[in-house]
Design a protein around this ligand. Structure first.
Ligand SMILES: [Zn+2]
Length: 285
C-alpha cells in the first residue's frame, strides 16, 4: 500500500513539475515575441502617411461640384514634393485650390461685359454718356477743368487717326466720321471762294485748327453735358475770333461761314453758329 502511495505522489509531483515547467516556457515565449512588435509599428507609421497622400486625391467620393477641384489638386500634386511627414498637406492643397480657380475664370467675364456698355462696370469709369446716334456711348469719369477721361477700351475701338487733306495734319476722329472729315477737307483743299471781291483758296481761310477729338464737357464746364468733341465727331476752326454768332446777312465774307457753305455742309456737317459757336462743325445723326 505504502509503495503505491509513494508511486502516486511521485507521479503527482512530477506532473506538477511538468505543468510548472510548461507554464514557465509558455510565459517566457510570449514575452520575447511581444518585444519585436513595437519595432514593426514604427515602420508602418512611417510608411502610412505616404499611402494616404496618394489616396486622398483620387477618391471622387466628394460631391460633383468639388470633383473639379479634386482633379485640379491632383494635377498640382506632382509639382510639390510629397512630404513624408504631414498627411495634413493634401487637404490644404484641396482647400487652397478653389480660391485660385475663380481668378482664372474672371478675366473672360470682364471681356464679355466690356462689349455691352449697360453691363460694363469698371469702377474707374462710373459715368455713362448719352447715346450719340450711331457713334455710340461710353463710360467715363470726370477729371479737372471740365475734362473727362473715357474708358480706354471704347477709345481704342472707336477713335482713329487720319490726316486732313490740305492741312496735312494728323487728327483723331471717330472711325465712322473719318470719311466726312476727309471729304470736308478735300473740298477745302481743292476749293476757292470770292472774299471781298477776290478769289481765294478755301485753305487760306483756315488760320487755326483747334481740335477734333477732345474729351470734355461743353465749354469745359463740368455742370454741362458732354461735348460732341468727346465722340471725335466735331472740329473747331478759327477759334480765336469765333466764340460768337455770325450773321450771314451782314457777315457774308466770314471765313467760317464760307467754309460751312463750301466744305462742311456738303460733307454732312452741322454748324454750331445757331448756338453762337461759329468755330464748331459737327456730325449728327
Ligand atoms: Zn467745338
Amino acid at each position: 500500500m505504502q509503495h503505491k502511495i509513494l508511486k502516486c505522489s511521485v507521479i503527482l509531483a512530477s506532473l506538477i513539475v511538468l505543468t510548472l515547467t510548461f507554464i514557465y516556457y509558455a510565459d517566457s515565449r510570449s514575452v520575447p515575441e511581444a518585444t519585436p512588435r513595437p519595432a514593426q509599428p514604427i515602420n508602418r507609421q512611417v510608411q502610412k502617411p505616404a499611402q494616404p497622400l496618394e489616396k486622398a486625391v483620387p477618391p471622387p467620393k466628394s460631391p460633383p461640384a468639388n470633383s473639379m477641384i479634386v482633379v485640379e489638386a491632383k494635377q498640382e500634386m506632382p509639382k510639390k514634393p510629397v512630404s513624408e511627414q504631414s498627411p495634413a498637406e493634401p487637404t490644404r492643397l484641396v482647400e487652397t485650390k478653389p480660391s485660385a480657380e475663380p481668378k482664372a475664370v474672371s478675366p473672360p467675364i470682364i471681356e464679355v461685359s466690356r462689349s455691352d456698355p449697360h453691363t460694363y462696370a469698371d469702377p474707374g469709369y462710373p459715368l455713362l454718356s448719352k447715346q450719340s446716334g450711331s457713334y455710340g456711348q461710353f463710360h467715363y469719369r470726370d477729371t479737372s477743368g471740365g475734362r473727362i477721361e473715357i474708358d480706354p477700351a471704347w477709345v481704342e475701338e472707336n477713335i482713329v487717326t487720319i490726316v486732313l487733306p490740305g492741312l496735312n495734319q494728323s487728327v483723331e476722329v471717330h472711325k465712322d466720321a473719318a470719311d466726312n472729315f476727309i471729304a470736308a477737307f478735300n473740298y477745302i483743299k481743292n476749293g476757292t471762294a470770292v472774299i471781298n471781291g477776290r478769289e481765294m483758296p478755301l485753305l487760306s481761310l483756315i488760320k487755326t485748327m483747334d481740335g477734333t477729338f477732345v474729351t470734355r464737357h461743353v465749354n469745359w464746364n463740368p455742370s454741362r453735358g458732354l461735348s460732341n468733341h468727346s465722340w471725335g465727331i466735331a472740329i473747331d476752326i478759327n477759334a480765336a475770333d469765333h466764340f460768337c454768332y455770325i450773321n450771314p446777312a451782314s457777315q457774308a465774307d466770314d471765313p467760317n461761314l464760307v467754309l460751312w457753305e463750301k466744305a462742311f455742309k456738303p460733307a454732312g456737317f452741322s454748324w454750331g453758329n445757331s448756338y453762337s459757336d461759329s468755330m464748331h462743325f459737327e456730325l449728327l445723326d
